[in-house]
Every structure is written in structure tokens, then in C-alpha cells.
Design a protein around this ligand. Structure first.
Ligand SMILES: [Zn+2]
Ligand SMILES: [Zn+2]
Length: 363
């Protein structure tokens, strides 16, 4: 089949004969190569690759990346966190001397400490890296067993990473570890309560119906401390309250972000009889209801009436309110006899306030 037959031995083809003719036919080209460059050529190459491989395998190249998981508050406040890393560092046993304890490296006698050797092959004179010391100029009779005479070794080290306050998810910092640099990327756990927008913090906070209507104060969990939030009377759901500089510490600059409080009005899931009766009485007086209220009917004269239990309790409240209103009208009329009483009882909202004041002034 000619050339396509593929002769594995390859010795008998014309091509090989052409190549080999200037040498003695018994010389293997590989042997010749070895004779010229020595075993060192093979060995050092092989070892070098192995070293690189070992280092890259464990991630000891120019940089190593480490993922560090942080809780939300660790990221917010900053933390000193320990991690265990494989690092290449000076061998702890020989302190980098590469020799076993009690022995010292001596000058390489093969190259007389030059690291180079001269090889003569026939007419050629070649300068080559010393085969004995691989160019290191020293001879180590008893290599350190710990690092196999390399002076450095792979070590499992505990490293404390000072995590700066306010780091974000995915942010990377660079840190020197041993003789190498390590890139540390933070993975920040999401918080069920805090939402983050750069240095700003958002939280949802609930207030009650009474707080929403009458106003008040709220204590909420902040990033670094408990915060006081003032609720203005008539606060609606989704009201956004900004707490200046109560957000996260800014990482690359001074100052803090803001904490935004998203107000949610929480309706009670169940009402006791008194609460129900009071709300029903209020419902009868509410004048800006968008649509209808369960159990409350608007009469022809525009007044509202609730036909739901607790009937007795509701009726008592209605009577109490009417009684107050009557006594108020009476009192006002008496105290303002000299004034014009005509504009007095037309404002029922005002009368409520005055009932309150009237009550306080009573002994
Ligand atoms: Zn060592
Ligand atoms: Zn040498």
C-alpha cells in the first residue's frame, strides 16, 4: 500500500534513511539529544512543569480567588473573619534554606558555584545550566523533607480578613497572604427585613390603625441601632419616611446612606366586642368612605346606620355620643350667652374636640 500503509517502525523508509545518513546508524536521535543537553534538560523541564501544575492545581497562581459568605449584619457592620487558605509560603521547617535541619547548602562543585557548565561535544562547546544544581549554584546534600528542598511549601493557613463595614454582595477586595495576593469576593446573605440599595436601607414597618389616625412614635430595628420614627397624625399606608444618615456606612467614601421606612398600616385580624362597637360607631360618622362598609347603610337623609352586632354596645356608644353632644350644646349656650350662639353647633367635628377639653376641665 505504499506510504499510506503506515509503517510504525519507520526505520525502513527512504525518508528516515535520508535523515540518518550523516550519523552512525546505531545512534538514536533521542540519545543524542540527551548526550548534548544532559538529563538536566529533561529533568528540570519535567520538574518545572510539575511545580507549576501543583501550584495551579491548588490555585496558587498569581492570584487566588476566595468566596467569603457574610450575613447581612456582618456586611453592614464589618467583621474580622477567619478563613482557611492554601497558600505558598516559606517552608516552616527549613525557613527557606531548602536543607534538612542541621545541614547547610554548599557551593555546587559541579559548576563551581556558577550555575552553568560547559559541555564539549566534538567540535561544539556549549554553555548550559548546571545539571547538578539546576542553576541554583548550591548543592543540597540533604534536602528538607517537608518542602522537598524547594524552600516553599503549600500550607493551610488561617487568615483573618478585616471585612470593611458596608461591603456589597459581589464586591472583591485584594489582600496579601503569604507571598501571594488573594482576591476575596463577598457573598452577602439577603436579609428578610432589610433591603439594600447601595448605602441606603429600606424596611417595611407596620403601624396600627390608631397610630395611623392619631399619630405617635415607633421604635424600629436599624442597621446599627434601634431607631425612633415619628408617625404624624393621618399617616397613610406606603408613606415613606426618610431617616437621614441611618443607612449603611459608605465603603469608599465618608458618611452613611439613609434608612427609608415604608409604613404599612396593619389592620387588626380580629376585634373584640368593644373595639367592634367603637369602629361601627366610627363607621357611622365617617364621611369620606370610598364605597361601602359591611353592615353600614346610608339612610335617605345621608346619615349612616350600622345594623350589625353588638347592637347593645353600639347603641350605648351612640347614646353616649348624643348625650355629650347635647350637654355640649347646652353648656356652650350657657357659657356664651352674651355672644352670638348662632354659629355654634353647626360644626360637629369641632364639638368633639370641645367635648374632650370640657371633660378635662371638669374636676
Ligand atoms: Zn523545607
Ligand atoms: Zn551547579
Amino acid at each position: 500500500m505504499g506510504m499510506g500503509g503506515g509503517n510504525p517502525g519507520g526505520r525502513s523508509t527512504d525518508r528516515d534513511r535520508d535523515f540518518n545518513w550523516q550519523f552512525k546508524s546505531t545512534i538514536n536521535p533521542e540519545d543524542l539529544f540527551r548526550k548534548i543537553f544532559g538529563d538536566a534538560g529533561f529533568r528540570s523541564g519535567g520538574f518545572g512543569d510539575f511545580d507549576d501544575f501543583a501550584e495551579s492545581k491548588y490555585g496558587f497562581g498569581a492570584a487566588q480567588e476566595v468566596i467569603m459568605n457574610l450575613t447581612f449584619s456582618q456586611a453592614a457592620r464589618g467583621v474580622n473573619k477567619d478563613i482557611n487558605l492554601n497558600v505558598v509560603d516559606t517552608c516552616p521547617k527549613c525557613k527557606g534554606s531548602r536543607s534538612e535541619l542541621g545541614y547547610k547548602a554548599t557551593k555546587c562543585h559541579y559548576c563551581n558555584g556558577t550555575g552553568m557548565e560547559t559541555i564539549s561535544t566534538g567540535p561544539f562547546v556549549m554553555r548550559s545550566t548546571c545539571r547538578q544544581c539546576h542553576g541554583t549554584r548550591v548543592y543540597i546534600k540533604y534536602p528538607c523533607l517537608e518542602c522537598e528542598g524547594k524552600g516553599q511549601s503549600v500550607q493551610r493557613k488561617q487568615v483573618t480578613v478585616p471585612v470593611p463595614a458596608g461591603v456589597e454582595d459581589g464586591q472583591t477586595v485584594r489582600m496579601a497572604v503569604g507571598t501571594k495576593e488573594v482576591f476575596i469576593t463577598f457573598r452577602v446573605e439577603k436579609s428578610k427585613y432589610f433591603r439594600r440599595d447601595g448605602p441606603d436601607i429600606h424596611t417595611d414597618n407596620e403601624i396600627s390603625i390608631a397610630q395611623a389616625c392619631l399619630g405617635g412614635a415607633l421604635r424600629i430595628e436599624g442597621v446599627y441601632e434601634t431607631l425612633n420614627v415619628q408617625i404624624r397624625p393621618g399617616t397613610s399606608s406606603h408613606t415613606l419616611i426618610r431617616l437621614n444618615s441611618k443607612g449603611l456606612k459608605k465603603v469608599n467614601t465618608v458618611g452613611y446612606g439613609d434608612h427609608y421606612v415604608h409604613i404599612k398600616i396593619k389592620s387588626p385580624l380580629s376585634l373584640n366586642q368593644k373595639q367592634r362597637a367603637l369602629l361601627q360607631a366610627y363607621a357611622e360618622l365617617e364621611d369620606d368612605t370610598p364605597g361601602s362598609i359591611n353592615g353600614v347603610t346610608t339612610k335617605k337623609d345621608g346619615t349612616k346606620h350600622c345594623y350589625e352586632p353588638p347592637f347593645d354596645l353600639l347603641q350605648s356608644i351612640r347614646e353616649a355620643l348624643n348625650e355629650k353632644e347635647q350637654s355640649l350644646i347646652k353648656e356652650s349656650a350657657e357659657s356664651r350667652e352674651t355672644e352670638d350662639p348662632s354659629d355654634k353647633p353647626t360644626e360637629p367635628n369641632n364639638s368633639d374636640d370641645e367635648v374632650e377639653q370640657h371633660k378635662k376641665s371638669m374636676p
